[in-house]
Design a protein around this ligand. Structure first.
Ligand code: MRU
Length: 344
């Protein structure tokens, strides 16, 4: 069976500890909500869909440890800690709320809902891979493509396969990938640590680049398409994703390269009108001033460290979800809030 980033095995929550990759593949088993919140904050589990699934199982854990009817205060505190552990990826709060809404003193209720969340993300990843690969081939011609991507959007960011990297995997399986070009993704290096590890495991050709090479290389014509994931897609299509995505979109627009966002419906947030309404996580100076344990700036250097940015919809060619392709470049729009419920 393929590696699952987050799962429930033999009555326990099991997570890949992504802070240790690519050196060691170690599984974590958070036994308390506090352990899970710490794992989320230090990015042992990360990526919007994986955060949603982890949060869902976190509520199942909370329902077992603090039954909501007999210990409502304990349950509410646990739910609040989970839903606020990281602010930008809408999946976390949304899936925590979804499972909390059905939790009762019978812990199997919350667990069954968390399993549904996991299974929905599994099938969403497969659907996005197919829809996204079809779109790339429609935009770039039927020949094999070179795909640039940022951060990590593979199985590690979901349960299996993932979003943008899942599309790259599907292209590779179709024999339609020349190479993937991942950005290293400073400061936490999700691209160089995690995406290259996943590309290696799937046997897909790839060459890593530093973040600051992306626009130049796009202008040189090294990529046919840029594929990114999302932490939250606002109702107007503005998209929050890993810091560097906005600059990548500007570079792609200048070079005339299609820029495609791949995200499940669970990441599309009709309640957030535009990118200006998305809370961007500030992760503090330490991550900028050091690589791992090694300082790369004089002690005490001040730094600015937004973990995400917002790419305006005008720079996005298309959004691929598990259920639809929205061609912003052709004037299509997401359904406005209050009309058809895109989460179905
Ligand atoms: O800070 P991270 O590593 O959680 O950021 C992850 C990203 O920005 C991903 O691109 C996004 O969550 C989509 S994952 C399929």
């Amino acid at each position: 069976m393929p590696l699952r980033t987050v799962d429930w095995v033999d009555g326990k929550l099991v997570l890949v500890d992504q802070t240790l990759l690519p050196h060691e593949l170690v599984m974590l088993e958070p036994a308390t909500v506090r352990d899970l919140v710490d794992a989320i904050r230090r990015l042992s589990v990360r990526g919007a869909p994986a955060l949603g699934v982890a949060g869902a199982y976190g509520v199942a854990l909370a329902a077992r440890l603090h039954p909501p009817v007999s210990d409502p205060a304990g349950f509410d505190t646990a739910v609040k800690a989970l839903r606020t552990a990281r602010p930008t990826a809408v999946n976390l709060a949304r899936m925590v709320d979804r499972v909390a809404a059905v939790a009762s003193d019978d812990p199997s209720r919350a667990l069954a809902e968390a399993h549904l969340v996991r299974d929905e993300e599994l099938s969403a990843s497969k659907a996005m891979g197919e829809l996204g690969a079809d779109l790339v081939q429609a935009l770039c011609g039927d020949g094999p493509v070179r795909a640039m991507t940022i951060c990590n959007t593979g199985g590690l960011a979901s349960v299996e396969r993932g979003t943008a990297l899942g599309v790259i995997q599907t292209l590779h399986e179709r024999g339609s990938l020349i190479e993937a070009i991942p950005l290293e993704t400073r400061p936490l290096l999700q691209g160089s640590r995690l995406t290259t590890w996943e590309l290696e495991r799937m046997g897909a050709p790839h060459r890593l680049i530093v973040d600051s090479a992306a626009s130049y290389l796009l202008a040189q014509g090294v990529a046919d398409v840029v594929l990114i994931g999302a932490d939250r897609v606002a109702a107007n299509g503005d998209t929050a994703n890993k810091i560097g995505s906005f600059g990548l979109a500007l570079g792609a627009a200048d070079a005339g390269v299609p820029f495609i966002v791949v995200a499940p419906e669970s990441t599309v947030d009709p309640a957030t009108p535009s990118g200006a309404d998305i809370e961007i996580e500030d992760r503090g100076a330490a991550e900028v001033c050091a690589v791992g344990d090694r300082a790369i700036a004089p002690a005490g250097t001040a730094a600015i460290n937004p973990a995400f940015d917002v790419t305006p919809v005008r720079l996005i060619t298309a959004l691929v979800t598990n259920r639809r392709v929205v061609r912003f470049d052709l004037g299509e729009a997401l359904a406005p809030p209050g009309s058809e419920n895109p989460l179905g």
